[in-house]
Design a binder for this molecule. Structure first.
Ligand SMILES: [Zn+2]
Length: 107
């Protein structure tokens, strides 16, 4: 049996976080707290003129009693890996989860 690389659960296709977690269902605006990361959350390489943040991966704690999300910027190379799916997608998600929990990069 294959052990999953991470403990994150992806939103089902076409669903929003509000569909699966009621605490998020009526959120229309957001307030950002803190500075955006200066490096890619997945590969940990610094952003610059060439390596720009291309997408955000958002983690929603399902046990939240108020709607809180963590937004992690990801570079183009990692977005492409994510979009190719399979083990590449899993490894990007595992790296983001590892960052979220404060672990050092393993790549
Ligand atoms: Zn990256």
């Amino acid at each position: 049996m294959n052990r999953p690389l991470h403990g994150l659960e992806e939103l089902p296709e076409g669903k929003t976080i509000g569909d699966v977690c009621p605490v998020f269902s009526n959120v229309v605006k957001e307030l950002r707290v803190g500075k955006r990361s200066t490096c890619c959350t997945a590969c940990r390489k610094p952003f610059n003129a060439i390596r720009k943040p291309r997408k955000e991966i958002r983690l929603y704690p399902l046990e939240a009693v108020v709607p809180v999300a963590f937004a992690y910027p990801v570079c183009g190379v990692c977005v492409a890996m994510y979009q190719r799916g399979g083990i590449e997608r899993e490894s990007v998600l595992a790296a983001v989860e590892s960052f979220h929990y404060g672990n050092k990069a393993s790549q």
